[in-house]
Write a protein that binds this ligand. Structure first.
Ligand code: PDD
Length: 284
């Protein structure tokens, strides 16, 4: 397993970061997760654009141009064993000489790129859907930034795992924000509803793909705030993320969503998503 760390390609077990790295001490870093199909990174330009925004949002200069990122990511992909991968990249503010909350005057960011096999959701999950729990969204107010300080997300996701579920659906002030590590969609009476992007949710790359596919395939949709009551009365619930693609949530807090099976709109979207992916893989 080869990783890229600060200018070098090296085996993962030899890639080491200082204990004085602000990523380690403060979670002072940003990241991206990019799915790779047949060794082709999916929506790379969009992931790099979001990275740029996150870096600006935490006052870090982008250490690489888009062309440099593309080349580095390409080399990591080449060297990984599986054609289906998830590339993880991380930029931290770098290594300081002492622990101090304020930014050091001069510091070189730490840059890591690594890749793992992409394990798509099991066929039974794609066909039968998954269960989720809900919880109060107690994260900070910059959830639009893809930062590595993910303790709140981890604690929230663990609530799902503890309940034998796959995701935690988050509610803030009575409105749906997103999942602990995914975006959430609601279907009611044949209409697809997506929460509008603001500082309370991550602008998901897969979320954009879902809405583009909805528009391109004649699915009616609206982007707007979604109340908790609408979430609870949904005919269908979906989650989306780079590693899970689109999945139907068929149970929320132990209650069936709709008739407890993936609904007709989900099945259409799932088919569109798979078709779109295979177009991209085959150079379309
Ligand atoms: N997470 N919202 C949150 C909080 C997320 O962590 C993610 C993805 C998403 C979906 O974004 P995208 O479609 O761009 O993957 C939404 C990644 C996969 C992770 O942290 O591993």
């Amino acid at each position: 397993m080869t990783v890229y760390l600060n200018g070098e390609f090296l085996p993962r077990d030899q890639a080491k970061v200082s204990v004085m790295d602000r990523g380690f001490l403060f979670g002072d870093g940003v990241y991206e997760v990019i799915p790779v199909y047949s060794r082709k990174p999916f929506r790379l330009a969009q992931h790099l654009a979001r990275l740029d925004k996150t870096l600006a949002g935490v006052r870090l200069d982008n250490p690489h141009s888009a062309a440099e990122w593309t080349a580095l990511i390409g080399r990591v992909i080449e060297q990984a064993p599986s054609p289906e991968q998830q590339v993880y990249l991380q930029v931290t503010r770098g290594v300081d000489s002492r622990r101090n909350h304020a930014f050091p005057a001069k510091v070189t960011p730490t840059v890591l790129i690594m890749s793992e096999a992409l394990v798509p959701p099991a066929p039974a999950q794609c066909a039968g859907g998954v269960a989720a729990v809900s919880a109060v969204d107690n994260r900070w107010l910059r959830c639009d930034l893809k930062v590595t300080s993910l303790l709140a997300n981890c604690l929230l996701r663990q609530l799902a795992v503890d309940a034998g579920c796959v995701e935690t659906v988050l509610l803030r002030d009575g409105f749906l924000s997103e999942g602990a590590a995914s975006n959430i969609f609601v279907v009611k009476d044949g209409l697809l509803l997506a929460p509008q992007q603001n500082h309370l949710m991550l602008p998901g790359i897969t979320y954009d793909v879902v809405l583009e596919l909805a528009a391109g395939n004649g699915l009616r949709y609206q982007v707007r705030d979604i109340r908790e009551a609408e979430l609870r009365a949904a005919d269908e619930l979906w989650l989306s993320s780079s590693t899970r693609e689109v999945l139907a949530i068929v149970e929320l807090d132990g209650q069936a969503v709709g008739d407890g099976r993936p609904g007709p709109l989900f099945r259409r979207m799932y088919a569109c998503y798979q078709a779109f992916k295979s177009e991209v893989m085959h150079g379309g």
